[in-house]
Design a protein around this ligand. Structure first.
Ligand SMILES: [Zn+2]
Length: 254
């Protein structure tokens, strides 16, 4: 469906981005599509679709924007490619451009423009502006990437804590079953067991939150360490986390 635009798509944006005198002269007069200016699908859909679910194998679910009302989220979107499909109304497409075209009922150029990915004419955007936009886009992408990395590292850290604490607990329990254990050793084992229980509950609650809570809650947890204790206490008090679909996901402390 983009066949009439393909010639434009392949036109390079600039011959030399470092040259402030860069010329746009050999570009088609009607403008051209800048695919690299389109937001990454994950960012685009997070912005456009409220209550987007956590992805499973790269696909996330949301309420369909192509038919109403959609009581259960029937729209699946691929956060890597931008592809989408509604199992209820049959709407489908291969990328976020298709998504905007179908949702807004517009042509390719209008969709590209609304995504900020259409260069309407030679020199309409100065190379300085273009560089600024590009730097800003790269900064946003880097921030999103850094956040995902920080979130993953934190989740792994809690998982590691859980495994370590469970090993200590297992070892103490084994020692306590040994008939030849001395009294001071018994006391030491019980002291360790008591310490482990509390730490294990905290680490499990934190891990649970990072696995199941909706994005805003996870973001706060990752970015504001001073609020983590209160968040963990709240999960422990309730005994569950609500996911982004509002469902209760029960906390099971080992
Ligand atoms: Zn639908």
């Amino acid at each position: 469906m983009h066949a009439d635009q393909l010639a434009c798509v392949t036109v390079p944006i600039m011959r030399d981005e470092s040259d402030p005198q860069v010329c746009f002269a050999d570009m088609p007069a009607r403008g051209f599509f800048r695919r690299e200016a389109v937001l990454p699908a994950a960012v685009f859909y997070a912005k456009e679709l409220p209550r987007l679910s956590r992805p499973s194998r790269g696909w996330a679910k949301a309420t369909c924007v192509f038919h109403h009302p959609d009581r259960h989220p029937s729209l699946s979107v691929n956060l890597a490619t931008g592809g989408f499909r509604c199992f209820s109304c049959g709407a489908k497409g291969g990328d976020v451009i298709d998504f905007v075209m179908q949702r807004d009922g517009v042509d390719f150029v209008t969709a590209a423009k609304s995504l900020g990915a259409w260069e309407s004419s030679c020199g309409s955007v100065s190379s300085a502006d273009f560089r600024k936009q590009k730097a800003e886009r790269e900064r946003r992408e880097q921030a999103a990437f850094d956040f995902r990395a920080a979130e993953k590292a934190l989740r792994l850290r809690y998982r590691h804590d859980i495994h370590t604490l469970e090993a200590v607990q297992r070892h103490a329990a084994e020692r306590l079953r040994d008939p030849s254990i001395t009294i001071p050793e018994t006391e030491e084992c019980w002291r360790r067991m008591a310490m482990v229980v509390s730490a294990l509950r905290g680490a499990s609650a934190a891990y649970h939150l990072l696995c199941f809570a909706p994005a805003p809650q996870r973001t706060e947890f990752v970015q504001r360490p001073h609020l983590r204790h209160a968040a963990v206490q709240s999960v422990l008090a309730h005994g569950f986390v609500r996911d982004d679909q509002g469902r209760m996901v029960e906390l099971v402390v080992p």
